[in-house]
Design a protein around this ligand. Structure first.
Ligand code: ATP
Length: 424
């Protein structure tokens, strides 16, 4: 296991609560001013304009990411987008073509992995099969020529922290997947790294254990206050564990922010889709003053939603929403009152029960959408689907997705106005 000497565990995540960490010094600056200045968390791990290629293939392209001490950042993205490459570059196992990596005041870009003060937990755990739990956890300390007493003390402490007490003498083959994962974590933490890098450490665990281990890792990370970068393709895992989510797409950062911000305010259709808004419709409409107008079509009523600063041109919209964010009612479009949000007419094609809610496939014109509902609607039922304004994610429709049969955008907007003005 790689890892440097480390400078000792931090006492706690300094960035999480600027209000509580801010203090008022002196008499000439007001508390408000000091709080405003200190509320910007100080960068500890700084990734500046990093680009990485394998041969002629550019894998990472100008990644900028500043991580505060004690922060837990999840790198999220679909397979092949470059998550592991970024983690390996931070760790020093892959060399960037351009850019720099800094830890505190040190530029570590050219440092070998074991001089960076970091530890990496691999997806496969990479435990030594012939060594016991205690020997695996103490391995990095032995390489660093620590005294036997020092190693024994750290190993005991790691076993206690990770719930491995009593398993010291077992070999990896005699452990469950969850226990092996904890040994790998113990081995990483034993060397007292400043930064913990996790490469999908839970992907080999079954679903139930994964839920438990994700909470254990997060609790331990908060207790130790250790700066952590966690690679995952599991959205829910990133949401529940991280202070900040960074979504990668084809080697670039698509969006970053607090989990609830990325979930509720996706800035692109890619991020909306990745965060679960998989229903997609292309509808005529666009920005009109302080609102966004969607024109009436064969399968939808006209509607207006607040613009909320969204930059959209008049034309066609890509409308996205989550299956659980829509409601389903057994009535036709004609009976729909105004002002509910987007209302679509359709018929049920299929219904299944994945658990909790019934999942319906609804045909809307020529497109299919998924809608969850507490009660099952039989196939063939004519329904309308309502999506409240807050649950609609609206983007300019990409070229090539605009159906030929839809009305001209200018006409569509006019029609939207006429329909809204008409008394039903
Ligand atoms: N050593 C390598 N040599 C050449 N290409 C590589 C190498 N490692 C990764 N790649 C390529 O770089 C791209 C990004 O790989 P990476 O492992 O970083 O993706 P990822 O987002 O972590 O994917 P996954 O979630 O599937 O692990 C992929 O196209 C992959 O095939």
């Amino acid at each position: 296991m790689q890892g440097g000497s480390g400078a000792g565990f931090a006492s706690g995540p300094a960035h999480r609560s600027p209000e509580t960490s801010s203090k008022c010094y002196g008499t000439t600056i007001s508390c408000t001013a000091v709080q405003r200045i200190t509320s910007v968390p100080k960068t500890f791990l700084q990734i500046d304009n990093i680009s990485v290629s394998y041969g002629a293939n550019r894998i990472l392209d100008g990644i900028d990411l500043h991580i505060a001490k004690g922060e837990f950042v999840a790198l999220l993205g679909s397979s092949g987008c470059g998550k592991t490459t970024l983690l390996r570059t931070i760790a020093g196992f892959a060399q960037p073509d351009a850019g720099a990596i800094r830890v505190g005041s040190r530029d570590v870009t050219t440092f070998p992995p074991d001089k960076r003060g970091m530890a990496l937990v691999f997806q496969s755990y990479a435990l030594w099969p012939h060594m016991t739990v205690a020997q695996n956890i103490g391995y990095g300390l032995k390489l660093r020529r620590r005294s036997a007493a020092d190693i024994a003390g750290t190993v005991t402490e790691m076993e206690r922290l990770l719930g491995l007490t009593g398993l010291s003498a077992r070999k990896p083959a005699e452990l469950s997947g969850g226990q092996r994962q904890r040994v790998a974590l113990g081995r990483a933490l034993a060397i007292n790294p400043e930064i913990l890098l996790l490469d999908e450490p839970m992907s080999n665990l079954d679903a139930r254990i994964r839920l438990q281990v994700r909470h254990e890792i997060r609790a331990l990370q908060q207790k130790l206050g250790i700066t952590t970068v966690h690679v995952t393709h599991d959205r829910e895992e990133a949401m529940v564990m991280a202070d900040r989510i960074v979504i990668l797409n084809a080697g670039r950062i698509a969006q970053e922010g607090r989990p609830e911000a990325v979930y509720n305010r996706p800035q692109t259709a890619f991020v909306a889709t990745f965060m679960g808004a998989e229903n997609q419709l292309i509808l005529p409409g666009g920005a009109d003053g302080e609102t966004i107008a969607i024109a009436a079509g064969a399968s939808n009523a006209a509607c207006r939603v607040p613009r909320d600063g969204r930059m959209l041109s008049t034309g066609h919209l890509e409308v996205r929403f989550r299956a659980e964010a829509a409601t389903l009612e057994e009535r036709s479009l004609a009976a729909v009152p105004n002002g509910e949000g987007l209302v679509l007419a359709g018929d049920i094609v299929d219904v299944s029960y994945p658990g909790g809610l019934w999942r319906h496939t609804v045909r809307v014109g020529r497109q299919m959408i998924q809608v969850d509902a507490p009660r099952a609607c039989a196939p063939g039922t004519v329904v309308h689907v309502t999506v409240a304004p807050d649950n609609l994610f609206l983007f300019d429709a990409p070229a090539g997705t605009i159906p030929a049969a839809l009305p001209h955008p200018a006409t569509a907007l006019n029609e939207a106005r006429v329909l809204e003005a008409s008394p039903n």
